[in-house]
Design a protein around this ligand. Structure first.
Ligand SMILES: N[C@@H](CCC(=O)N[C@@H](CS)C(=O)NCC(=O)O)C(=O)O
Length: 258
């Protein structure tokens, strides 16, 4: 069982083991074994407030996949050092499965589907349908999350180092992306059609923070309705709730909603 904070070590239920009884070899005696502490092989180096970490968390929560949350925080220097060693590029999340390191949220989700499949397949088995899902996943990363991050990161720079033109271009990209998505989502429940997928894992945190950064205009009713559907999805609702304590960290100021 996963604790709400993502702690992954759990105690298995008491097991009864039947062994031959020394006095009466024709019989067996029940011996109660102490509960075993089982350590998950999957470790996710992440932070709950990070959009790309939420993308991977949605996939883990959709399938109830047990994992250990390695919380990236400056008061966890050991975990920070492990992370820097694993992935010098220092972008998170990173998944570790035994000796294998997996970077990039989309690849983590595909990896989980291949090695830890659960009831919710986030990539369709059909290659053509999977291509559509991957295309929408790229759309949310490249044309929603990337410009959204540009606006936020720029706000963290000293005034003299800000990139006014780059921020204006990022905001224009968001408007163009909202407009395209609004047309694309007409008649669709989820990003790639009728089934929740990898693309929706990408969309949920991307649209969540994009709306905080560059509000989705009321004329993009399909996008706003889709964002609401994503917020109502239990896996994402859980990720949003776990990130709630960190809202004061949002550089542009978190709105009082969602
Ligand atoms: N392409 C990466 C992007 C990951 C990413 O940008 N993560 C952010 C957190 S949401 C990060 O590592 N930020 C740290 C930094 O920019 O220094 C992915 O898909 O996982």
């Amino acid at each position: 069982m996963l604790a709400p904070c993502g702690v992954s070590i759990f105690t298995a239920p008491v097991r009864r083991v039947w062994t031959p009884c020394p006095e009466r070899p024709d019989r067996v005696a029940a011996r109660v074994e102490p509960p075993k502490v089982i350590t998950m092989s999957l470790k996710l180096y992440a932070h709950p407030f990070s959009s790309y970490c939420q993308k991977a968390l949605i996939a883990l929560y959709e399938n109830g996949t047990p994992f250990e949350f390695r919380m990236l925080a400056h008061d966890n220097p050991q975990i920070m050092a492990e992370f820097a060693e694993l992935w010098p590029i220092k972008r998170f999340p990173v998944l570790v499965d035994g000796g294998h390191t997996v970077m990039e949220a989309s690849i983590i989700i595909e990896y989980l589907g291949l090695h830890y499949p659960g009831p919710v397949a986030l990539l369709p088995a059909d290659a053509r349908a999977a291509l559509e899902v991957r295309g929408m996943d790229r759309f949310f990363d490249n044309y929603i999350s990337t410009p959204q991050q540009k606006v936020v990161f720029d706000s963290l720079r000293p005034e003299a180092e800000r990139d006014k033109r780059g921020v204006a271009e990022a905001r224009a990209m968001l408007d163009t992306a909202y407009a395209w998505l609004d047309r694309t989502m007409a008649g669709r429940e989820w990003a790639a059609g009728g089934t929740f997928s990898l693309a929706d894992c990408a969309a949920a945190p991307a649209l969540f923070y994009a709306d905080w950064t560059h509000p989705i205009d009321a004329r993009f009713a399909q996008v706003r309705a889709y964002r609401e559907r994503l917020l109502a999805r239990p896996s994402f609702a859980r990720a949003v709730d776990e990130a709630r304590p960190y809202r004061p960290l949002f550089p542009l100021g978190a709105p009082d909603r969602d």
